[in-house]
Design a protein around this ligand. Sequence first.
Ligand SMILES: *[C@@H]1O[C@H](CO)[C@@H](O)[C@H](O)[C@H]1NC(C)=O
Ligand SMILES: *[C@@H]1O[C@H](CO)[C@@H](O)[C@H](O)[C@H]1NC(C)=O
Ligand SMILES: *[C@@H]1O[C@H](CO)[C@@H](O)[C@H](O)[C@H]1NC(C)=O
Ligand SMILES: *[C@@H]1O[C@H](CO)[C@@H](O)[C@H](O)[C@H]1NC(C)=O
Length: 494
Amino acid sequence: MADMGIKTKYGAAVVTIALITLIALILSLANHQTLNLPYSTQYGIVLDAGSTHTALFLYQWLGNKENETGIISQKLSCDVEGGGISSYDQNPPAAGESLKKCLDVAKAAIPEGQWKATPAYLGATAGMRLLGLQNQSLADRILEEVAKTIQSYPFDFRGARIIDDKEEGAFGWITINYLLESFVKHTFEGFWIHPKAGKIVGALDLGGASTQISFTPKDLVKDSNSTSNFTLYGYKYEVYTHSYLCYGMDQALKKLQAYLNKTAGASSAISHPCYPKGYIVNVTLAELYNSPCVEKPINFNPNDKVTFSGTGNSSLCLSSIENIINLTDCALSPDCGFNGVYQPPVNGEFFAFSSYFHIFSFLGLAPKAQLTQVLSTIETHCDKNWTTLTAENPSIDAKYLKDYCASAHYIMTILLKGYKFNNSWDQISFEKRVADVDIGWTLGYMLNLTNMIPSERPRAVTGVVHSQWAAQTFFIVFALFLSLLIIVILVFIT
Ligand SMILES: *[C@@H]1O[C@H](CO)[C@@H](O)[C@H](O)[C@H]1NC(C)=O
Ligand SMILES: *[C@@H]1O[C@H](CO)[C@@H](O)[C@H](O)[C@H]1NC(C)=O
Ligand SMILES: *[C@@H]1O[C@H](CO)[C@@H](O)[C@H](O)[C@H]1NC(C)=O
Ligand SMILES: *[C@@H]1O[C@H](CO)[C@@H](O)[C@H](O)[C@H]1NC(C)=O
């Protein structure tokens, strides 16, 4: 009896010690976890304030440090209702107000505990650049209003600004190559490797007010004003990038109308070879000349109206469009883009996104089609009259449907005659997303501003954190097993 009592007391002591050790271990692990957040989800918000509309992108990734490269995915995107923020020139506070719905959507998608740690950026592009040219104080006022709105949310607001045109092209290039893992690849074993340099892809972006081309040329760039040099993950890249202000899709269509009006002389009834036969629209001169991209006559009555009537003439449409672009050689001929801009010969594969993708996707030509097929598809489309077109596309707004012929010819003109892809057409893919992330400048912008692309070569650090975690888990399981063993021995042996 006495013997048994001692054994029980002895056994109880051992079990208690084992349990305390176990609890202490679990506590230390939990504590460790909250301090270092080894694999917690991080979030980042970027608002793309374009010329025609604003979109919010919410990104997420795993990591405990901002600059530790993780695999970034897009949690959601949200299209802000209404026009671009530059269209609120009469009522700047409403520009801020317009963002609230999407900011609420983002807030609901992020766990409350992470709100304060979520960086939020707004970048405005060519639409605001143009407004800034017309009235800088008005552009500043709109940015103040949108900043005020974003600041009223619990995020880590890091500024609302107009990103410069060269950055816009470079960030698009970074976004694509990051998503394609062209800079580094994270292997299964936890190592970083540098894929073949030939994998780097060029970027073609077409917005409403401007268009950008960015790529790594074969030879050194002759004009340092159009290069950006980056050191990413320990490797140097020389990127040629140019942004053509006023050559985005909407501004090009405006220039086309103004050009047709000019060549029609005094007549107010104007044939529009790119509009489908049967489509008629009235435009006031105030609307026609409301952009700094369009050349105005010295004297005009803003209330006067002109009438554009579609004639659906594909070849005349193409030749009219060639008149809104200056295809004369530049000073560094033959290395030229258009409008006298220097550009080295295009090199490697390219991804064409934003409006390039939308137009080509509508025509059934994305992601790739033979050049002859592209040309014949555009011609067939331009030949369709308005009745046929609207009957075939009941879900597409007339505001967009009327312009596909002109847009398609415009795209072909800048790609073939501007950038000179005539011998490398097959190198272009028309894409919207890579790895389920929308392509644009926003991700590259966030990566840059959060230092998530290190300029130094990454060490194989991810594996260490992971193995520490594994060791601790193993230790706990082992301790648990040991305690069970002791209990079993005490209960059954004694
Ligand atoms: C710029 O905008 C502000 C605010 O709307 C207005 O008061 C000012 O007259 C404008 N300036 C010019 C030069 O149009
Ligand atoms: C076209 O560009 C060339 C070279 O930059 C320039 O000399 C010429 O004046 C431009 N033509 C027009 C019509 O703008
Ligand atoms: C990225 O950010 C750094 C500063 O952190 C800046 O020097 C660099 O020019 C940026 N990259 C681009 C493409 O603008
Ligand atoms: C990460 O950021 C820290 C400080 O923010 C900096 O000291 C470190 O050099 C960065 N590491 C890399 C690889 O960029």
